[in-house]
Design a binder for this molecule. Sequence first.
Ligand code: FES
Length: 155
Amino acid sequence: MQAEIAVAEHPREQAINIMYAVQGHYGYLPDEGLLEAAELLDLTPLELEELATFYDFIYRRPVGKYVIHVCDGVVCWMFHENSVFEYLCQKLGVCAGEISADGLFTVLPTACIGFCDHAPAMLVNGRLYGPLTPLLIDEILEKLKTEYCDLVVCK
Ligand code: FES
């Protein structure tokens, strides 16, 4: 991390990369990780907290193995017969941001993910899925429960 910071014109340019690196280590960005990153970046903890909470892909609380970002954009809403978000939460027995009982899933809303031509859409650990139907969602969840899926880092 220090090598990346050293080549930056200003350390804050590397803030997202550093927070991702810390998140990659802990699985989320805990307070101690945020404090460590703020010190490295020569930012106050509050300045870094503002950045961390602005980005949907920085997690300030623990998350499941798979983070499902359900698109909350207007195009996806036009194609929702039933709410994908509510369907997933009901299916997994969670509210937004919670971890499912098996530790596998967290569901979060997010802004347009740029997959509007496949609306309604979602990202699972950075992988795009759509157009979603309840049947397709069930298939995706079953596959994720039984197969290892790589993490695609979103920035
Ligand atoms: S509005 Fe959902 S992908 Fe664009």
